[in-house]
Design a binder for this molecule. Structure first.
Ligand code: HEC
Length: 324
């Protein structure tokens, strides 16, 4: 059974991922992002730290909200829909912190590491061209004149990516405008220098991201934009998911994370049902409760896979299957 799965290659792997959690234990790497690393890569080097984000937040509150909506959407697999979302891919998987990703290698979708074929039929029923044509993943923080897509063309380009290349559902107008605003707000002049050029991946940053997404969701909810609010809550849930997989050996922390996730699922249901006031109250309660949750998680962070040494041990114990 396991041998057959391995031989099924990229499509088989994607479909197995789609089945969600059905992977045999020995084939499943502890972190989803490990599936996008080249075989035998140094997991701690690739996943314990990441480049700093180079983001220039606009001063105007409306413009700032657009960037925050885009920032959260950029990090949310649900945005992409279809196979990519089920495999846990988001814009961020390829464009780490809005940059490139020299280590990205998706079975069947990359050539050399750092490239991806975004016209792959695995991801898209519309644009798949049946041709193996991986391209380097561009650093979206590069100076504008080095990028191919003009700032004014970004909304159309990004809509094409989401809806056609990745088969995602039509994004809300605010989501699309937000993604374009986010990409435009990436600015090489905003890159932190020196030690701050690279940041540790940890509970603090991921919880801060979840609260940022919910702050954007608070504003979109107040504005009566249900679909964008549901996506913002999905962004927070995706951050919890990234924490959860690092606490694999810590069941008490995991139980807390899952309860917190259930709270966000209930919040999404309230938004979908149009229970706006109840949703707003749930959101505030969740944000308040996220502080003690974070403190609790931080207390055991050294025993989780946020610890580089533990991460390496876990990665080497269960290397992802070599793509055939
Ligand atoms: C599977 C990896 C992958 C994912 C996921 C991905 N991209 Fe890209 N992106 C690429 C590659 C590769 C290119 C270069 C394509 C080319 O050169 O034709 C690119 C190009 C771009 C560009 C154009 C850069 C330029 O030169 O102007 C933008 C903007 C962009 N992506 C934004 C996004 C956004 C927003 C998302 C999420 C909706 C996303 N990408 C998801 C791999 C990816």
């Amino acid at each position: 059974m396991d041998r057959r799965r391995r031989r099924a290659g990229a499509l088989g792997l994607l479909l197995t991922l789609a089945a969600g959690g059905a992977l045999a234990a020995d084939a499943a790497p502890p972190l989803r992002a490990m599936r996008w690393l080249p075989h035998g890569a140094d997991a701690a080097a690739a996943l314990a730290r990441q480049p700093a984000e180079c983001l220039r937040l606009p001063a105007d509150p409306g413009a700032r909200l657009a960037v925050e909506v885009g920032r959260a959407a950029f990090r949310t697999p649900l945005l992409l829909g279809g196979q990519a979302a089920r495999a846990g891919l988001s814009c961020e998987a390829c464009h780490r912190q809005g940059r490139g990703n020299p280590d990205f290698r998706f079975p069947g979708a990359s050539g050399v590491p750092g490239t991806a074929d975004v016209t792959l039929s695995l991801f898209s029923s519309r644009r798949g061209n049946g041709v193996d044509d991986p391209r380097p993943i561009p650093d979206l923080t590069a100076p504008r004149d080095r990028l191919k897509v003009a700032a004014a063309d970004l909304p159309g380009f990004i809509r094409g990516l989401v809806v056609e290349e990745f088969d995602g559902p039509e994004p809300s107008a605010a989501t699309l405008a937000g993604l374009a605003a986010y990409v435009r707000a990436l600015d090489p002049a905003a890159c932190p220098a020196g030690d701050a050029a690279s940041v540790r991946v940890g509970v603090g940053g991921l919880m801060a991201d979840a609260r940022r997404a919910l702050a954007a969701g608070r504003a979109t909810l107040a504005g009566g934009d249900g679909p964008t609010t549901v996506l913002m809550v999905a962004a927070a849930r995706a951050r919890l998911g990234l924490i959860d997989e690092r606490y694999a050996g810590l069941p008490a922390e995991r139980a807390r994370l899952r309860a917190a996730d259930a709270g966000l699922a209930a919040l999404q249901a309230a938004v979908r049902d149009g229970r706006r006031e109840a949703a707003a109250a749930m959101l505030e309660r969740w944000v308040a409760a996220s502080r003690p949750l974070e403190a609790r998680l931080r207390a055991s962070e050294a025993g989780s896979l946020f610890d580089p040494a533990r991460l390496n041990v876990a990665a080497n114990r269960r290397l992802p299957p070599r793509p055939s």
